[in-house]
Design a protein around this ligand. Structure first.
Ligand code: FAD
Length: 320
């Protein structure tokens, strides 16, 4: 059984906790690469490993007669099983993501029940990304529009009620949960204050901490924390980093994640001749970010591992 005391786990001591996020393997590719990621990072004593959840997408296959067949495709299934496999193999705490996107309330309920059977009682609750073929986020019929609604469902489940209002016979260990936050504002939010109002709402609904979207400029994080505190947000706001590893990321990251690359980093990156140079720059930048965050007194530093495991390992060797 895992501990469900999120606050103790995330804010103990002065040394920031090292943690990271993994993705379930692409369908059919097995667990080898996933376990290799964990093997490379486990010596830094991760406090927890997050496992993302991905919705199904619809793809359109063109037929010989010019018509299209719509097919449902889930490229990365298996969040719960991956959580269980990690827990069993490594005895490291896991935090699976529960998302609204592509899931009905019943789907979420089944996920919570499965997690409870496994003794997993901490999740990261999110709205999830929009479907790739949609211009804006649309909940599935019977699904939630926002994380706040998902949190209400989890709270109701903790109180002993299914989403149709019927009582749960055996109410297990209550779930505790973290949420996401955005130092540079969520892309859809009309302004930073509006985004913080909803983060405050998530705190009121019981979120114990929030994990940040990646950022490359610590000043943005520091100013975000100040503004959040002024809004009455008291939960830990865990900084999250992803070191740059490729030349293409200089333009792709701002577009995909709606954040700025600081001028100094962009200037240095423009001098890089190849991905190797960018990787070296990303490691130096990451080490400096971590040292500054450590000095600031953050509870933990979280890492996004996709395509960056070796860089994270090199950063961790110099920081944790
Ligand atoms: P919400 O809290 O619903 O916020 C979305 C927008 O709506 C914001 O602009 C917010 O200000 C506004 N808002 C919030 N509540 C309300 C409300 N009640 N009424 C009106 N407006 C509101 N995506 C995945 O698909 N799978 C993952 O596993 C995953 N993991 C992630 C982990 C982290 C740490 C982060 C930072 C992001 C992750 N994402 C993941 C992406 C994330 O789901 C998207 O950024 C999504 O667009 C927003 O999620 P959210 O939980 O912040 O949504």
């Amino acid at each position: 059984m895992q501990t469900s005391d999120t606050t103790r786990t995330l804010s103990a001591g002065h040394t920031p906790a090292f943690s990271f996020e993994v993705l379930p393997p692409l369908k059919g590719t097995g667990t080898e690469s996933l376990f290799r990621t964990i093997d490379q990072l486990k010596e830094f004593n991760p406090r927890y490993i997050n496992i993302t959840t991905h919705r199904s997408e619809y793809v359109y296959d063109e037929q010989e007669d010019g018509t299209f067949i719509r097919k449902r495709l889930r490229r990365r299934p298996g969040t719960i099983a991956v959580a269980s496999a990690i827990m069993n193999k490594y005895d490291i705490k896991v935090v699976p993501h529960v998302v609204c996107s592509g899931f009905t309330k019943e789907d979420t309920e089944y996920m919570l029940l499965d997690l409870q059977f496994l003794g997993i009682s901490e999740v990261l609750a999110l709205r999830g990304d929009k479907a790739k073929d949609e211009a804006r986020f649309q909940p599935v019929r019977g699904g939630h529009s926002h994380t706040t609604d998902l949190l209400k469902q989890i709270n109701r489940f903790n109180e002993g009620f299914f989403c149709d209002g019927t009582p749960i016979k055996h109410v297990g260990t209550p779930f505790s949960f973290g949420v996401a936050c955005y130092p540079e504002k969520h892309e859809e939010s009309p302004n930073p204050d509006s985004d913080l109002r909803y983060l405050k709402k998530k705190q009121e609904l019981g979120a114990k901490y929030a994990i940040c979207q990646m950022f490359f400029d610590n000043q943005k994080y520091f100013s975000f924390v100040e503004r959040a505190r002024a809004h009455g947000i008291t939960i830990p706001l865990i900084p999250a980093l992803k070191p740059m590893t490729k030349l293409t990321q200089i333009t792709m990251v701002p577009k995909t994640f709606h954040l700025d690359i600081p001028k100094e980093l962009a200037d240095e990156a423009s001098k890089c001749k190849n991905d190797e140079d960018v990787k070296a720059l990303g490691i130096e930048w990451g080490v400096n970010q971590c040292k500054e965050l450590k000095a600031y007194g953050v509870e933990g530093i979280h890492f996004y591992t996709m395509s960056a495991v070796d860089s994270i390992r090199q950063i961790a060797e110099r920081v944790f």
